[in-house]
Design a protein around this ligand. Structure first.
Ligand SMILES: [Zn+2]
Length: 71
């Protein structure tokens, strides 16, 4: 997996991990989620930067359940 350094340059290390987890989620076949940080819980598959403000680190419950449902 290769990332666009121009897009990633300004991100903190944790944010880069979340972007990587998002792209790996696509590799597992997951689509985008509309979940928020609160109920029902965050997802690395949410588009944009909102997930950067969620507590702890991903992958989160919904992400794990999504992969388990596929495999
Ligand atoms: Zn995506």
């Amino acid at each position: 997996m290769k990332f666009n350094s121009r897009e990633m340059r300004s991100l903190a290390k944790r944010e880069k991990y979340l972007v990587a987890e998002h792209e790996i989620g696509h590799a597992y076949g997951l689509g985008h989620e509309a979940l928020t940080c609160r109920n029902p819980g965050p997802s690395v598959m949410k588009q944009g930067t909102v997930k950067f403000g969620c507590h702890s680190d991903g992958p989160w419950y919904d992400d794990v359940q999504g992969v388990l449902a596929k495999y």
